[in-house]
Design a protein. Structure first.
Ligand SMILES: Cc1cc2nc3c(=O)[nH]c(=O)nc-3n(C[C@H](O)[C@H](O)[C@H](O)COP(=O)(O)OP(=O)(O)OC[C@H]3O[C@@H](n4cnc5c(N)ncnc54)[C@H](O)[C@@H]3O)c2cc1C
Length: 294
């Protein structure tokens, strides 16, 4: 029986683990760090005290959690129930029991849901510039999106590809640093784009989109979709936790959910969805865990 079971091996979950394990609790983390958004984020330049690859930061966090006695099992949680005052958690191969559960399951990319998107996934369509960008060296790519994710992806891809941003809103809303760099590098940004269809057979060949009602078909080798993210809330729903209208878990200022003994932190609670905020919420939960009699 674990005192605390943390579901999610991203920055939020690993921060809880560091604090709770240092606080003397018997802690288990379930999740895959390579599946964390931080592993796909590329270079991080806005986390205080660290500038470098997201994966490097994540590995350090995991090492730190393990150093204080946290057990980390790289497994996906398939089911969770609360019975006889115990959380019973099931993965593909094992069962785990815990007294308190922390949900830190993060988020996943939002799809555009246009024809061709699913059929050509991994054949020119990608949701991760850092993972797949190198496959499009010296080739023509579009970034479809509207915010910081789109600007950051375009900035990264412009290091080695010919990039155009197709912004699906009236304005690309992103940190000034990315906007300045895109301008300096001559990256074209079209605004008010309405994507219609991704065309291709074996691989992506064209994107069909419209601007102010004018339909355009343009040749392209790769399409990177950066249309925001959606919460990984399956387990929260299984437990019957209260969610907001966008599906994020509702928490109070101590990251308590609507169910006793269940906490949530990081991107799964919504908000600004950054590494620093995930770590901040993780610290709140971890401190509470450390101080709790379990
Ligand atoms: C492309 C990109 C670039 C980014 N750039 C920046 C940046 O420059 N600066 C910044 O501050 N932030 C950036 N972010 C955001 C940042 O990565 C996230 O805010 C942060 O990773 C959220 O941490 P988290 O721990 O809440 O969730 P995540 O990092 O998403 O981790 C979620 C964890 O939950 C696990 N999980 C999910 N479901 C289950 C399940 N059923 N069972 C077990 N485990 C499960 C996953 O395996 C994963 O380990 C970027 C994100 C992306 C996608």
């Amino acid at each position: 029986m674990y005192d605390v079971i943390i579901i999610g091996a991203g920055p939020a979950g690993l921060t809880v683990a560091i604090y709770a394990a240092r606080g003397g609790k018997n802690v288990l983390v379930l999740g895959d760090k390579f599946d964390s958004q931080l592993a796909m984020s590329g270079r991080i330049e806005n986390y205080p005290g660290f500038e470098g690859e997201g994966m490097e930061l994540l590995i350090k966090m995991e090492e730190q959690a393990k150093k204080w006695g946290t057990k980390v099992v790289t497994s996906r949680v398939l089911d969770i129930v609360y019975e006889d005052e115990i959380f019973k958690i099931e993965t593909k191969d094992e069962h785990f029991n815990g007294k308190v559960v922390v949900i830190a399951t993060g988020a996943h990319p939002r799809k555009l849901n246009i024809p061709g998107e699913e059929q050509l996934l991994h054949r020119g369509v990608s949701y991760c510039a850092v993972c797949d960008g190198a496959l499009f060296r010296e080739r023509r790519v579009f970034v479809l999106g509207y915010g910081n994710g789109a600007a950051k992806a375009a900035y990264y891809l412009s290091n080695f590809s010919q990039v155009k941003v197709l912004c699906t809103k009236k304005r690309l809303r992103a940190e000034a640093i990315y906007l300045r760099e895109l301008e300096k590098r001559g990256v074209e940004v079209l605004t008010g784009v309405h994507p219609i269809e991704i065309l291709g057979d074996e691989v992506v060949k064209e994107l069909c989109y419209s601007i102010e009602g004018n339909e355009i078909k343009e040749l392209v080798d790769g399409i990177f979709i950066e249309a925001g993210s959606l919460p990984n809330n399956d387990l929260a729903s299984k437990l019957g936790l209260e969610l907001d209208d966008k599906g994020f878990i509702k928490v109070d200022s101590d990251c308590r959910t609507s169910m006793d003994h269940v906490f949530a932190c990081g991107d799964i609670t919504g908000g600004v969805r950054q590494v620093a905020s995930a770590v901040g919420e993780g610290a709140i939960v971890g401190v509470r865990m450390g101080a709790r009699d379990l």
